[in-house]
Design a protein around this ligand. Structure first.
Ligand code: SAH
Ligand code: SF4
Ligand code: F3S
Length: 467
């Protein structure tokens, strides 16, 4: 019997990847994707625990979904609710107590076991949640079925999971478990399947993706991320390779060299630094200094002068003084970022920094965040403005809201709105950038000889950043 599945995803790209894989796990049970929760037989909330707000959102969503469940029950049906991801892992039984409407509670490392959990939940009936938040011995990736649907022109591929770094603010080592790399063979096979289904860009994912050390294909030394990128670049039809999120401690010579040698490796690097103050970096247990970060960026730019940087920042970490904050602003000014995410420090249960007695008042955090975002926003606008007039290869990923418009991405992940026919979806086409807004660009398709849309099919070009 056909059943409907609605998945709502919070948090990072790893959750986006996991959501797609959960759909793969449920497809053989007859679950097909649905656009709305109302008509779904199964609702999965794939949750994030990284900051307090992210976790609270789940409980308010559960509150809203109660009405959906009740209405279905009144019609004699049942809407099962599964909470997956990092809140499920962190809260465990506490969540089943607080939200008894939850039928299934599954962690990031156990969702391959969903079919047996569902069978148990069906037998148990509503109000008796089934939970599995183990860190199992078996490899989840060995048990997952192959992808059930094409992932589109731009796809994610998890290659590394978990984290052993234990930054003092962060829940990830507790919610995702110990660091683990998938074998090179497994990664290459998945990449080939994606490309065969039309994927042109693969973003390699990991909480610490450049700590990748996967079992080699040939039984030799473990592969690094640099080596993996070189081998992936050999796959015919794979035009763009990206990776996220990387850690400054794990940027090695091999990876820097890959940025020089591998044209498919996009010149855009998300390398979180969190703070520009050595005192705060130490208290965060990041185990590098701000100068170390500056040197890495210099070396990357020496390897490939086209490289643009993105980063993450936390303001108001316990003990952060005005002077520490000023050092973060100085680092930002020195490096110049194309894009960045910045957050107010959010104390997380079970992490060392949450116990510090030097918590920074909310009002100060807010003020510092505003200052930081002002500077980062200016840098992003300046970066986008520099694109005006440039010709850039754009990978068209989806239709725009306006008819006749496609939305694609430049090598720097900037969204570009372009008037173009639908058949160019999934193609890389050169566009001339005509306008820059803070969060997106506008452009028009260019070809050497413009003879109407018919000529454009041949205009798909190999990647080359031209700014
Ligand atoms: N593995 C990545 C980051 C994963 S979490 C790394 O090591 O950089 C994504 C971002 O969320 C982090 O870079 C950090 O900026 C932010 N973050 C994590 N924990 C946080 C907390 N407790 N409060 C505020 N921001 C946090
Ligand atoms: Fe969290 Fe630090 Fe690990 Fe990143 S490196 S996931 S911030 S503990
Ligand atoms: Fe959030 Fe878990 Fe990702 S806490 S950021 S969903 S690893």
């Amino acid at each position: 019997m056909k059943k409907k599945l609605y998945i709502k995803t919070y948090g990072c790209q790893m959750n986006v990847y996991d959501s797609a894989r959960m759909a793969d796990v449920l497809a053989p049970l007859g679950y097909a994707p649905s656009e709305t929760p109302e008509d779904a037989d199964m609702i999965v909330l794939n949750t994030c625990h990284i900051r307090e707000k992210a976790a609270e959102k789940v409980y308010s969503e559960l509150g809203r979904l109660r009405a959906v469940q009740e209405e279905k029950a009144a019609r004699g049906g049942r809407t099962m609710i599964a909470v997956a991801g990092c809140v499920a892992q962190a809260e465990g039984e506490e969540m089943l107590r607080r939200a008894p409407q939850v039928d299934l509670l599954v962690g990031p490392q156990t969702y391959h076991r969903l079919p047996e959990m569902i069978a148990r939940a069906e037998r148990a009936g509503p109000g008796r949640g089934v939970m599995d938040t183990d860190f199992p011995e078996e490899d989840k990736f060995d048990r997952l079925p192959e992808e059930s649907r094409p992932q589109g022109p731009a796809a994610f591929l998890s290659i590394q999971e978990g984290c052993d770094k234990f930054c003092t603010f962060c829940v990830v080592p507790y919610t995702r478990g110990a660091e683990y790399s998938r074998s090179a063979g497994q990664v290459l096979a998945e990449a080939r399947r994606l490309v065969a289904q039309g994927t042109r860009q693969i973003t390699l994912l990991g909480q610490n993706v450049n700590a990748y050390h996967g079992e080699a294909l040939d039984g030799g030394a473990e592969w690094t991320l640099g080596r993996l990128a070189r081998e992936l670049a050999e796959i015919e039809g794979l035009e763009r390779i990206r990776y996220t999120t990387s850690h400054p401690r794990d940027v090695d010579d091999d990876l820097i060299a890959a940025h020089r040698d591998v044209p498919q490796l996009m010149p855009f690097l998300h390398l979180p630094v969190q703070s520009g103050s050595d005192r705060i970096l130490e208290a965060m247990n990041r185990r590098h200094t701000s100068d170390h970060y500056r040197r890495i960026v210099e070396r990357l730019r020496a390897a490939n002068p086209d490289i643009a940087m993105a980063s993450d920042f936390i303001v108001g970490f316990p003990g952060e003084s005005e002077r520490d904050y000023g050092e973060t602003l100085r680092l930002i000014a020195d490096i110049g970022f194309a894009q960045a995410y910045s957050f107010m420090y959010s104390p997380r249960p079970g992490t060392p920094a949450a116990l510090s007695e030097e918590q920074v008042p909310e009002a100060v955090k807010k003020e510092r965040l505003a200052g930081l975002q002002q500077l980062l926003g200016e840098q992003q606008i300046a970066f986008n403005h520099r694109s005006i007039g440039a010709r850039m290869p754009v990978l068209f990923e989806r239709k725009g809201r306006k008819s006749g418009q496609l939305i694609g991405r430049t090598p720097y992940m900037q969204s570009v709105h372009v008037e173009a026919p639908e058949r160019l979806l999934g193609e890389i086409v050169e566009a001339e950038i005509s306008d820059a807004l803070p969060n997106s660009l506008h452009g028009r398709v260019v070809t050497a000889t413009w003879e109407g849309w018919d000529t454009i099919e041949s205009a798909s070009i190999r990647e080359r950043a031209s700014v």
